[in-house]
Design a protein around this ligand. Sequence first.
Ligand SMILES: [Zn+2]
Length: 145
Amino acid sequence: MKTKTLLFLAAALCTVAVVHAEKIVGGPQGGRLLETEPARAEFVVDAERKAEVRFYDAALKPVAPGAQEVTLTIEAPTGRLKLAVVKTEFGFATKDALPAGDPYRVVVQVRATPEAKPQNFRVDLNLGHCAGCDRAEYACTCESH
Ligand SMILES: [Zn+2]
């Protein structure tokens, strides 16, 4: 009986560890990598608090956006806010700096083409610095939290 309980506990702990390990993948610009199709994308916030979704090929080389469409929506306690985005060299960026009041959730929606099914990614935007991995908290790759 006791062995069974221990085995169950071990299995439960393993499940938790796996969930944490696949939580966040860091992007080349210090942001968070999103598993988009066909190109990969990175959600990153620059020093001016502007958010950008950058596209990469399989070797993580930046590529110009094609037919993709990106929308960024903030889900703050004060309500939802869709941000205006402009096309950049390697993706899409917000026209203005992100509003104050973070941490809040940002929903990144990417479509491969205007007709494609949207892929949604939820980023809990915390711009604080993590000393553990030397990245922003929203892109923290530490496995412990
Ligand atoms: Zn970290």
